[in-house]
Design a protein around this ligand. Structure first.
Ligand code: SAM
Length: 357
């Protein structure tokens, strides 16, 4: 059972940072596509693993198809959008037909779209179907939360010893399954591009985890809800946000070792740092309220379902889970507005291109 049911309906309007990350790394991917040999008569298949409501997925496909059409003289494309069955695929279809960014409007191409409602930690399309697979801001979601003692930690950056081992163990298991499935789906010579949240370990062994500062603020707001007797301590003690940013070594491990050794070639692998563009904009406009609202909408669009199902539905006291959820985001927003330097969203993002041998 995956640990998320997908993003909220506001995701399309609040996922500019994910889009900026993709555009920032696009040239690396286009360079690899340009260098890969492919027949011009070919039906070229592209899949996005974790497409969500589609705005970024459709835009990414548009860039990729235009490039492949122009540089490889390919006119026929098969496009797959994959996400969990609980994802709102209707929103994606609506976008596909209405968006000015839609690849459906690219002239001189025949493009066949298919929706793939499946868990990407298993095989989602038939063997050797894919020329280019990519995934943006999705592979860090765990399939399940290990039964461990999280001691009110909220996020990986704050867990200790055994719980950390359990979380990293689950992330490694999921990632091995992802690598195995892609090894079946992607054709020899085909490409896989992975952009996911990342961690870095320094020379002292300290693990810097992407977005750790955000979850310090989250924990502060949740602790206040417990103090105000609106949230039970017990569900908070066992709650953990089910996203695991992997290190470069952890990302590469299943592709370079064990049964997949020799199956893939790494064309590019880096972890890059950045700061949310909303915060950079705030440093110029100095409107803390505006910044806090944007940050809250962004955070809420990917976290709300998880917070509601995994915490507020289990621990709301004298208040409905939905109202508690509203209150949580309102207080989060106020906390950021009152102290904008707190909880700044620091990215560490993987930029990995692999080629199937
Ligand atoms: C933050 S959104 C990213 C969406 C899009 N790629 C983007 O960059 O805007 C993460 C998406 O991954 C999906 N996801 C998470 N785990 C998944 C899984 N095991 N199988 C398929 N999709 C999954 C979620 O449902 C969600 O739509």
């Amino acid at each position: 059972m995956p640990t998320t049911k997908g993003m909220t309906s506001s995701y399309n309007h609040n996922s500019k940072p994910q889009q900026e990350d993709f555009l920032h790394h696009l040239d690396t991917l286009l360079g690899s596509i340009d260098a890969a040999a492919v027949e011009t008569t070919h039906l070229y298949s592209i899949i996005d693993y974790g497409c969500s409501l589609g705005a970024n997925s459709i835009l990414a496909m548009n860039h990729l198809i235009q490039f492949i059409h122009e540089h490889k003289s390919i006119n026929n494309f098969s496009v797959y959008h994959n996400d969990l069955p609980s994802n709102d695929f209707n929103a994606l279809l609506e976008n596909l037909h209405s968006s000015t960014d839609s690849y459906q409007h690219i002239p001189d191409c025949q493009i066949f779209t298919q929706l793939v409602p499946s868990n990407f930690f298993q095989q989602v399309v038939p063997d050797l179907q894919v020329d280019l697979g990519f995934s943006m801001a999705a592979v860090h979601w765990l399939t399940q939360i290990p039964d461990s003692d999280y001691h009110n930690a909220v996020f990986l950056s704050d867990v200790r010893q055994q719980a950390k081992k359990d979380l990293l163990g689950q992330a490694a298991k999921d990632w091995q399954s992802f690598a195995n499935a892609r090894s079946k789906e992607i054709k020899p010579g085909g490409l896989l591009f992975i952009m996911g949240l990342a961690s870095e370990i320094d020379s002292t062994g300290y693990r810097e985890v992407a977005t750790a500062e955000l979850f310090i603020t989250v924990k502060k707001v949740l602790t206040q809800l417990v103090e105000d007797k609106l949230l039970d301590q017990e569900p908070l003690d066992s709650f953990i946000f089910p996203v695991i940013p992997r290190t470069q070594e952890e990302y590469m491990q299943p592709f370079e070792n064990g049964e997949l050794k020799g199956t893939w070639r790494c064309l590019h692998c880096s972890i890059e740092k950045g700061i949310a563009s909303d915060y950079l904009a705030y440093q110029k406009h100095q409107d803390a309220k505006l910044y806090a609202e944007h940050y809250t909408q962004f955070f809420r669009s990917f976290s709300q379902k998880t917070m509601l199902d995994n915490l507020f539905a289990l621990g709301a006291v004298n208040i409905t889970a939905e109202d508690l959820c509203e209150l949580f985001y309102a207080r989060f927003c106020k906390t950021i507005e009152n102290s904008p330097e707190e909880g700044v969203f620091h990215h560490l993002i993987s930029n990995i291109v692999l080629q199937r041998n």
